[in-house]
Design a protein around this ligand. Structure first.
Ligand code: LLP
Length: 437
């Protein structure tokens, strides 16, 4: 079996060696829409949403809810898909709030995160009737209370707690450990302190607690430990303050397959197992079952994405290495540059040829760090005009894209039921100067 077949079942190859994504030929899509190009398999996104919502319902009945962490891929169409699938959303900035509002998303189903909400952010979220604030720290809490008083509102809030769990993921995306920039730590007593403060304020309504321990996680034990810590904390707060949390949000974090070395996670089974831990503990601690929320980003959209590039220069440095330069790069996918994160790259129009060359697939920025993948296996016939596909690129690529070197961002094209449509149009050169005075 080949790499690409194992990563996701929405990839196929035609007899003449062309990679198909969601049943559509990538060579035709490249011709029709140009490259670089983000493709998103809408049917796959919907399938992932349903895996989560079905498992949450089966495990927690009406007390289970899925939120989409929209930082993973944020544009209007994504919010309408989430609304149609009855998935709640996590937003982290006025930009994400504005996008969701403009998409017609019901904002009472939105949870506003971030570790540093400015007064303007708080006002904006209140004006736009965001359903819940997830509060990171005491300063933010008192600011929300003060502003809510000014505008005669009483927002619902969750408190973000740092449970002190080290998850062994990339350092830059670990968030559960005590010294994280996010949340109020259990170990230092700050979690209890912020809870007592929240209970004393009259312009907010405390609904429960949140934690998010990290991202691209494969070890289900860390989720069990997070649930355990949080429920014991909830019981502790009940015993000391008589306050019983109605909601427990356990964050996102399930990993996806970027290469065939990454394990495949059975999401439904994992959710059931976390559910067993939660059911057992709530009994043991005599707690009523809170509403349980999970807020995946990556595992809802990553393998629904593929990025198509056209090869430009192929440079061979005898005795050293080979470079295959493509028409995109760190501007459309900065994940290797930022985290050394590995994606699978394939020659989309030479899928039946032997991969007998290794090369670094690099972009066209004036920067040596502009690397998409190192030591990628490709056919040595790869040449100018060929197509390279980056797989599993649906999460944290478009949303982290930049205009470095004034390179326009690619279009996002959605594929659904054999049809295609543009969800985000390609940036033009004029788009790049539209803010310049
Ligand atoms: N909830 C909170 C509070 C988060 O901070 C995140 C991700 C999620 C949920 C969703 O986590 P997921 O299910 O996607 O793992 N740019 C990095 C990932 C940063 C994750 C930030 N927070 C990357 O490209 O890997």
């Amino acid at each position: 079996m080949k790499n690409y077949e194992m990563i996701c079942d929405n990839l196929q190859v035609t007899k003449d060696g062309i990679l198909c994504f969601a049943g559509q030929r990538t060579d035709i899509l490249a011709k029709q829409y140009g490259t670089p190009l983000y493709l998103m398999d809408e049917d796959r996104i919907r399938r992932c949403c349903r895996i989560y919502s079905t498992a949450m319902k089966q495990t927690f009945g009406d007390k289970g809810r899925t939120l989409y962490a929209s930082k993973a891929a944020c544009f209007k169409r994504m919010y309408s898909i989430m609304q149609e699938e009855d998935i709640f959303i996590d937003v982290v900035s006025c930009g994400e709030i504005h996008t969701a509002v403009r998409a017609g998303y019901k904002m009472q189903n939105a949870y506003f995160h971030s570790n540093n909400k400015t007064d303007d952010d708080i006002r904006f979220a209140l004006q736009n009737k965001v359903g819940h604030f997830v509060v990171d720290n005491e300063e933010e809490l008192t600011a929300i209370d003060r502003i809510a008083k000014e505008v005669s509102a009483k927002p619902k809030i969750l408190l973000r707690i740092t449970p002190g769990i080290d998850t062994h993921t990339y350092e830059a995306i670990a968030t559960g450990q005590v010294d994280s920039k996010f949340g109020s730590a259990l170990e230092t007593g700050q979690a209890e302190h912020i809870t007592a403060l929240a209970l004393s304020l009259s312009h907010i309504s405390l609904c429960g607690f949140h934690c998010h321990i990290g991202s691209q996680l494969f070890d289900s034990n860390v989720f069990f430990r997070a649930a355990d810590c949080m429920l014991r904390f909830i019981a502790d707060i009940r015993d000391r303050y008589g306050y019983v949390a109605e909601q427990l949000d356990l964050g996102g974090g399930y990993g996806v397959r970027y290469t065939n070395e990454d394990p495949a996670i059975d999401l439904a089974d994992n959710i059931r197992q976390v559910g067993q831990v939660i059911h057992r503990l709530t009994k043991e601690l005599s707690l009523p079952m809170p509403m349980i929320l999970l807020e995946p980003g990556r595992s809802l959209v990553a393998d629904a994405g593929l990025t198509l590039y056209t090869v430009g220069t192929v440079k061979r440095i005898p005795g050293y290495k080979n470079y295959v330069s493509v028409d995109g790069g760190m501007t459309d996918n900065p994940r290797f540059a930022l985290y050394r994160a590995v994606h699978t790259f394939v020659a989309a129009n030479r899928m039946n040829e032997e991969c007998n060359m290794t090369a670094d697939v690099v972009g066209r920025c004036c920067e040596s760090g502009d690397i998409l993948g190192q030591k990628v296996s490709l056919p040595e016939t790869v040449c100018r005009g060929d197509l390279i596909a980056g797989l599993t690129t649906g999460a944290y690529t478009y949303s982290m894209a930049s205009n470095y070197n004034r390179i326009p961002r690619p279009a996002v094209v959605m594929l659904s039921g054999g049809q295609t449509y543009v969800a985000v149009r390609r940036e033009s050169l004029d788009d790049l100067i539209r803010l310049d005075e």
